[in-house]
Design a protein. Sequence first.
Length: 199
Amino acid sequence: MQPYLVAVEGLSDAISTVEDIPTKVLTFARMAINTTTKRSRTLASRRMREQVAWSASYLSDKDGRLAITQPATDNNLEARITGRFRPTSLARFAVGSGRGGVRVRVKPGSSDTLGRAFFMRLRAGRAPIETKSNLGLAIRLKPGERIANKHRMIQVSGNLYLLYGVSVDQVFRTVSEDITPEAADMLQAEFLRLSERLA
């Protein structure tokens, strides 16, 4: 997992270490970084849910799927946001099932039917994937059958495979690049706000 970093750089050409930063500036910087990190995590969650049909609660900080894994401190003016690496079971995106198969909605506003897919109850620790109610979405391949998108499958046994989609980390990596300019603006504005208000 590649964490997303929020940090203050170039406070002054004369400042080379945290110890050289005046106490007030250090306090403002730490507070601004942590506020920006929280706002950036929320912004990233919103942008990610525009691409993948995750719920806001699924990407909540408390569950650790998209979490602030390191807040800034006075000794380290750097905060980290990290997305969970485990792939997401397609069972989590299921919106209906019947004789025609299982209907899944991975992208908001559209759905696909997986004709031969079925739900399979998993034992705890069965596979390193995110599941819904301990259910996986599985498919049994016919003898000699090959699936083009096999990197989105995990073999359970024989010709039985679990189906899964992207991980939180995969989507977060693309979104984090998009929100970087906004995060930089937020950080600057928050640092200046604190400086003016608390000076």
